[in-house]
Design a protein around this ligand. Sequence first.
Ligand code: GDP
Ligand code: MN
Length: 397
Amino acid sequence: MNLHEYQGKDILSSFGVRIQRGIVAQNAQEAVAAAKQLTDETGTSWHIIKAQVHAGGRGKGGGVKLAKSLQEVETIASQIIGMQLITPQTSAEGKKVHQVLVAEDVYYPGESETDEFYMSVLLNRGTGHNMIMYSTEGGMDIETVAEETPHLIFKEEIDPATGLLPFQARRIAFNLGLSGMAFKEMVKFVMALYKAYDKSDASLFEINPVLKTSDNKIMAVDAKVTIDDNALYRHKDYIDLRDIREENPIEVEAKEAGLNYVDLDGNVGCMVNGAGLAMATMDLIKQAGGEPANFLDVGGTADAERVEIAFRIILKDPNVKAILINIFGGIVRCDRVAQGIVDAYKNMGDAIKIPIIVRLQGTNADIAKELIDNSGLDVQSAVEFQEAADKVQAVLN
Ligand code: GDP
Ligand code: MN
C-alpha cells in the first residue's frame, strides 16, 4: 500500500523523525486556515504548497510551489487542487489532485547553507537484509545520480536481527560530510528513520530530500512510503490510509472480487490459475510476439461465477484484442472449468466480441476440450502451451 506524503510524514513523526511540518487541505479555504495555523505554531511566514498524489517528481510538474503570502497560498492552492498533474512518474494524462499539503518553508536563510540529501530504507532481497541507500546528491532524480555518478550513492546493510547499530548511523552521517550539531542530528534522524521503517512493516521509506537547514537541523522534506500489504493485519490503524482514488480502478474491483489482477500495457488478456502458471503464460505470449494485457490469477476455484467476473474485469481494458485462458485442472476438474467458461460466455450475452483461446490441461482435459469445441461459441481450444500461444498470435494478425 502506497501512502501520501502527509501520511508518511505522520508516521515518521510518530517515531521521532523530524519532519517539515504541514497540514493537509482539501480546498483553498482550508489551505489558508492551515497556513495561518502553521504560522502560529512555527513562526513561518512563507509556505510551500504540495500536491498530494501517489507519484514523485511533483516539483517538476508544477505540483510544488512556494507561497509568500496568504493571498498566494489561496491562489496556488486553488490552482493545484483539481489539476491534472503530469510528472515524469505519471502516465501522459497525469493524476488528478484532490488535496494539497500546506507546509512550513524550511529553506529559510541563515548562517550556513541548506543542503539536500537522498535517503531510503528498503529491503534488499538479494542479501535478506534491510538497506539504507543514501547520497549527498539529494533533491534530484536518484536514477540519474545512479547512472551518472554511481560513486555518490552509498549503501548500508542492516541485519534485521540486530537492527541499525549506532556506529552505522555515524558512518552515514560521516559519509554525508556532516560535522558538529548536524552530524549528531543526522545520527538521531537515521536511527529514528530505521525504527519507523521497521516498526511500521514498510517495504520502502524514501526521503528525498532530507534537508540540513541553515541552522543545522536535519529533517524529512518529502516522504514516499510503501507499507507491506501482507503486514497490514498488524496495523489496523493504517487501513484507513488507503486512498483508492490513487489506485487503478480495475485493480481495485478485482481485489474486491478476490482476484489477483495486475493491469499491463499489452493486448492479450490472460486468465490463469496459479501465479506461477500466470507468469509462464505471460512469457509465452511475449515469446510468440504478443504482449500481455494483464496478470490475472483466478485462484483455485474456477467456477462459472468466478470466470465471469474475471471475463468482465479483463474486458474493461479497451486494449484487449484476445483472451488466453490457461488453466491447469488439478484440484478443480477441467470439464467443470470448461463448463464454467461456456456458461459465463453465454451469461454475458454479446459482451464478448473478441476471440478466446482456451487451454485446459489436467484431470478430464479431453472432456473439457470436447465441451469447448462443441459449444458453438467463438472459443478455440488448445492442448499444448505453444499451440495456445500460436493461436493467440493467429487471431491478432
Ligand atoms: P517531489 O518533486 O515530488 O519529489 O516533491 P518534494 O517534496 O521533494 O519537493 C520538491 C522540491 O520542492 C524539493 O526538492 C525542494 O527543492 C522544494 N521544497 C520543498 N520544501 C520547500 C520549502 O520549504 N521551501 C522551499 N523554498 N522549497 C521547498
Ligand atoms: Mn522528493
